[in-house]
Design a protein around this ligand. Sequence first.
Ligand SMILES: CC(C)(COP(=O)(O)OP(=O)(O)OC[C@H]1O[C@@H](n2cnc3c(N)ncnc32)[C@H](O)[C@@H]1OP(=O)(O)O)[C@@H](O)C(=O)NCCC(=O)NCCS
Length: 190
Amino acid sequence: MPLFTLQLETPRLLLREFQNSDKVAFAAYRSDPEIAKYQTWDTPYSEAQAAAFIESLQHLTPGILGEWYQLAIELKSTGQMIGDCAFCILAEDGKQAEIGFTLARKYQGNGYATEAVTCLLNYLFIHLNLHRVRSNCDSQNIASIKLLERVGMRVEGCFIKSLWFKNNWVDEMWFAILQDEFEPKNPRLI
Ligand SMILES: CC(C)(COP(=O)(O)OP(=O)(O)OC[C@H]1O[C@@H](n2cnc3c(N)ncnc32)[C@H](O)[C@@H]1OP(=O)(O)O)[C@@H](O)C(=O)NCCC(=O)NCCS
């Protein structure tokens, strides 16, 4: 059992720990080739894989240095689980984190990811008092680049053909934001 669990709330979303019942929605969007294109898993992604992944999360405690912690994103109006986001506080100094995010295709284009990531940044900077948050993505992943820029993250570098990924060398773009730079543009998002 984790030492404590984490739940964050925005006007439209709950960022909560995964439940066993999330396996159907989770397997469905992870099986979408468009969603998996820039992510580490392959499609199809079975409900058995989803169940095993969710089970592995249930033993984790948020904020353990060097360990990714994944939160389900739930739409408050319907109770539907629509995606997930994750963070890992870097073990080197305990003051920096890396984040990641995924939204089911059906729920994209509504600002939900912006709302979830802004809320996550707020948690990392305000509640955990971290110094810096970073994220990376493939230079072809335009939706992800636009999202990172929308939440105020800066491009710090683009490493050309630096990653062997799904049978290709791909360019990795790195983004970051400092605590000093973080100012939620819309306080309703947190
Ligand atoms: C990256 C990802 C989460 C972005 O999702 P998204 O839906 O584009 O992002 P948001 O939910 O913030 O929605 C923003 C879009 O909704 C629009 N929008 C509508 N209502 C909005 C609102 N109330 N607030 C903000 N934006 C709104 C925005 O204009 C924007 O549209 P645009 O891209 O055409 O300009 C999604 O593409 C994804 O899951 N991709 C697959 C997984 C992946 O690659 N993850 C990243 C790995 S590094």
